[in-house]
Design a protein. Structure first.
Length: 309
């Protein structure tokens, strides 16, 4: 599968806690950096260079680094708002977790906040997070949905390691399982009961999301980032594939206004922009299985949780 590589089997990460200074690099071994840089899958080279190779002291000289450090110095490493308010990041996430400033403010992918809250209320038994990164969604859902098994997939070894530390920092390492690659043949084995799949794998969605090949995809609820910038036909192809089994909703990116966030006071215009800017455009697809499809599955499971009347 393009963009994926196989190696170590999935494992449960629960590393010991560690404390580092603002300028110390938490993952100093060059061989890990080189491996992540070369085997970064769908991640852009620029994104991997900044996240995996750039020394922290240089990151702090960029607008994004300076802005993030100002936010951390004022408010600490706890998410301030949004569906995962209260979630904590370890200090080694500085310069390594993507757009950490936005995540700490609670503005990261804020368009999804109402959807995330609604999905939490549905109490899924299994949540699969494809493209888990450092664990914003995997750990966030573990905190908000304690009855769910959370399984994340992340091809970047650095980010898997950091995800384990974020899980440990929040006391959920025993419930967040991190694996290297999400392979189609493993999806059914990894899922129990009602399933939610969050998918952001930087353009590999078309390779992975093939409901004709894998029955689990026909009955799971899916929240997919649609990377039309990678493949202009992605949205149309995804909607076509799931048209017979799911009802679809498209969620578009909202523009950010720095004046709305008091936490950004005192930052330069460039610094504030670096925190709030995530992408120029884009959208997500929320796909919910239809009742008739779930009834064909066998045991009747209501798509919003519970049992049908």
């Amino acid at each position: 599968m393009p963009g994926y590589y196989t190696g170590s089997h999935g494992f449960l990460i629960s590393p010991e806690e560690s404390t580092v200074s603002h300028t110390e690099d938490p993952f100093p071994l060059p061989r890990h950096r080189i491996r992540s840089l070369l085997l970064g899958g769908g991640y852009s080279l620029r994104r991997r260079l900044v996240r995996n190779w750039l020394p922290r002291r240089l990151w702090m000289k960029l607008n994004l680094g300076r802005a993030t450090m100002k936010i951390v110095d004022r408010y600490g490493l706890e998410v301030r708002s949004g569906p995962f308010a209260g979630m904590r990041y370890p200090e080694e996430a500085l310069g390594r977790a993507s757009v950490l400033g936005a995540k700490l403010l609670g503005t990261y992918e804020q368009e999804l906040a109402p959807t995330i809250e609604a999905l939490i209320r549905e109490r899924f038994q299994t949540i699969l997070n494809v493209g888990a990164g450092e664990g914003y969604y995997a750990v966030g859902f573990a905190l908000r949905s304690p009855e769910s098994l959370i399984r994340g997939y992340e091809i970047d070894g650095w980010q898997r390691r950091l995800c384990g530390r974020v899980a440990s920092a929040n006391g959920v390492a025993g419930r967040v399982v991190i694996e290297e690659a999400c392979r189609l043949e493993r999806l059914a084995d990894d899922a129990l009961g009602r399933v939610l799949i969050l998918c952001d794998c930087e353009g590999c969605e078309l390779e992975l999301l093939q409901p004709d090949r894998h029955p689990l995809l026909r009955t799971a609820t899916l929240l997919i980032e649609l990377h039309d910038s990678v493949d202009p036909t992605m949205t149309s192809q995804i909607l076509s594939r799931f048209a017979r089994t799911h009802d679809a909703e498209i969620i578009s990116v909202e523009q950010r206004d720095s004046a709305r966030y008091e936490e950004l006071a005192g930052l330069t215009e460039g610094e504030a922009h670096s925190v709030l800017w995530e992408r120029a455009a884009g959208s997500w697809g929320l796909l919910r299985p239809r009742v008739d499809v779930l009834e064909e599955r066998g045991p009747k499971v209501h798509p919003r949780g519970g049992s049908p009347a």
